[in-house]
Design a protein. Sequence first.
Length: 147
Amino acid sequence: MQTIPFTKEQYENLIKLAYLGEWMINSVRIDDTETAFDELLGHVLSHAKGMGHDRYVEYDKQLEKYFPSEKLEEELHDYIEDYNNETFWDELAGRLAERDLVKEYGMEKVERMSFDERTEAEHPLIDKYYDEFERNGVDRIVIADGE
């Protein structure tokens, strides 16, 4: 078996990456079925104490499993918030631009566009929404009654 040596700092970053990756994959899942990512995070966490990072781990004796500690979750909260904030604006601008593109050209024509054609048509729309969101956030977004 091959081993991968880590410095204490590298192992700390591995713990954080494993937690963030597992969080991204599982935070939107509805079922509680354990995944390979849960297992991998647990395995990484199981070695934390030996690497001097026991503050990042809690062990549940009843379940016989390692879990991220509240300390780890607190330290990574800002990364998650930054990610959520950025993806929110990206998704909103992209989906509104796609909606506008379909309104302008029709679904069939949009579906026949090449990737480059679609990107070229969407880019000004996305820019328009980014400019709007940068100036006004969500203040001017309203849901229209009816069509």
